[in-house]
Design a protein around this ligand. Sequence first.
Ligand SMILES: [Fe+2]
Ligand SMILES: [Fe+2]
Length: 236
Amino acid sequence: MKKYRTSYKPSDKLCDIVCSDDAMLQVLNRFEIPLGFGEKTVQQVCDERQVDCATFLCIINLIHSEVAYSVNDMAVSIPSVMEYLRHSHHYFLDFCLPRIRENLVKAMQITNKMTELILRAFDEYALEMRHHMNDEDQKVFTYVSGLLQGQREGNYNVLAFAEDHHPIDDSHVEARLSELKNMIIKYYAAEENDLLLNAVLEDIFSCDRELSNHCLVEDSVLIPAILKLEKQLPKR
Ligand SMILES: [Fe+2]
Ligand SMILES: [Fe+2]
């Protein structure tokens, strides 16, 4: 179903936004906005929780409408975007993936060559995701923190990160996740109509969607914002 492309505003009620698109729940979580905000508007909740409202709106509108964002349209706060992405990394590595693995082990009760292969593929995928995200936390965010303090390293720039971010080969984290889904759907011979296995697959599909949204924020918000910042600072 095609998404209804509307643009959320500071005066919209946050509860209406979440009810119109459940993908917004993950965004709330990453901005550390707890539920229970009653009838308050986006602006009111952001003010209360000390969240940068422009950044929050930029991200929810991007995820909701998938419309490419122009960094000149709205002044996002780079520290807020980085904090959002850090929370997102923590969610994938320390909550989402361990939960999926635990349920996958429970769901695949038979131990055979195929279940071993599926678990190995999952572990390789999770490890690759960990490397990818740790690299961003350590290399990219450290570099950006330097830029925010007026320091620009001569041998690194955000274009190098942008080029590496979506290598067109099968080792990319998103491609690996699709491979894993296919292994389970095509080759795991379930003995019966297995509700738990279906639930795990749904979690994997949902993790895949969340990961796409995560990459979208990095590619369409973080990278253009850093490019703009780099242009303002001369190389050393
Ligand atoms: Fe990331
Ligand atoms: Fe990334």
